[in-house]
Design a binder for this molecule. Structure first.
Ligand code: MLT
Length: 312
């Protein structure tokens, strides 16, 4: 692309398949959202959109790979709030979170669901929280690595209860959810996207959602406040390109993302996952950049206040 001015580059973009890096294992919520979007975006972009799972280090390995990719729009990253929380948890990410990425646009937002294996004795939220507090040392709580949503949820839960759990790290909540269903682990806090099918299929038990309101798709599952606990966690996903990607290319990707998110079948699926898209005014690159910057500061402050120190 040497010598091509921005507009000419955008006109020809994309000239080959686009890779979307997913920073967690296949089968988890990030992977599911990426595949759903990729399929739709490929229609308006005229090139295949291929998902590549680069798991490890709580999602920061994939972010690092994306940050170092050629800034031409052919390698992009899907990531959630953990991308913004990572600098509060890791000293040596290998990229500067605030400047390494060009936000393309926000995808969807939804809560986490605190769930347990079916064999766990408590059958409702009221008995669940006292039970896990009393049995913390005997229980295994799974997550997708330090800094992942599921880990942050476990940290907040443990802080809230004043209890220390045995944490088990996976490369994504896809495999963690499989082990919750299989009963090898006791508790998992995962995005509604992955939890809902297992809850409605009665393969796991849901105790509470981390949103202010109950989910339409899980009317029987109480909010944390109803369960007498305080844990507010709203997940949001966004697409990113490496910094230096030309603005016209970012605009084209933003347009393809927005077209995908207006597709009725996509809207329906995202709703069934207990998530929603953002209002039109928040679908711009600028709105995404603003939320990303605010979340970096928010997690730096709240994790420091919780006494969580960066590692490595
Ligand atoms: C995943 O896709 O595996 C999850 O988003 C990981 C996480 O808990 O952040």
């Amino acid at each position: 692309s040497v010598g091509l001015a921005g507009p000419a580059l955008a006109q020809s973009f994309p000239t080959k398949p686009i890779t979307v890096i997913v920073s967690f294992a296949a089968g988890g919520p990030s992977d599911v959202i990426a595949r759903l979007l990729g399929e739709q975006m490929s229609k308006s972009l005229g090139q295949p959109v291929v998902v590549e799972n680069v798991a490890g280090a709580g999602g920061t390995a994939g972010a690092k790979r994306a940050a170092a990719a050629e800034p031409d729009g052919h390698t992009i990253l899907i990531h959630h709030l953990a991308l913004a929380a990572a600098p509060a948890l890791y000293n040596n990410l290998g990229y500067d979170t605030k400047t390494a990425f060009a936000p393309i646009g926000l995808v969807n937002t939804g809560p986490m669901v605190i769930a347990g294996k079916l064999a766990l004795p408590p059958t409702d939220a009221k008995s669940f929280f006292p039970y896990i507090k009393a049995n913390a040392e005997k229980l295994t709580v799974a997550h997708a690595g330090v800094g992942s949503n599921s880990h942050l949820c476990a940290v907040l839960m443990s802080q809230q209860l004043g209890a220390k759990f045995n944490q088990v790290a996976y490369r994504g909540t896809g495999p963690a959810m499989n082990d919750l269903v299989g009963g090898q682990i006791d508790v998992l806090c995962d995005q509604s996207t992955s939890a809902i099918p297992q809850i409605t299929g009665k393969s796991i038990r849901a105790y509470a959602v981390t949103s202010a309101q109950r989910l339409d798709v899980l009317p029987d599952v109480p909010t944390m406040a109803e369960a007498g606990a305080k844990l507010d966690m709203t997940i949001w996903h966004g697409l990113y390109a490496p910094k230096g990607t030309p603005a016209p290319v970012l605009d084209k990707l933003n347009a393809a993302l927005r077209t995908a998110l207006k597709e009725p079948s996509v809207i329906e699926k995202l709703k069934a996952f207990g998530t929603s898209t953002f209002p039109e005014s928040e679908m711009t690159r600028e709105a995404h950049a603003k939320l990303f910057a605010a979340e970096i500061d928010k997690w730096a402050t709240s994790l420091a206040a919780a006494g969580v120190k960066p590692q490595g």
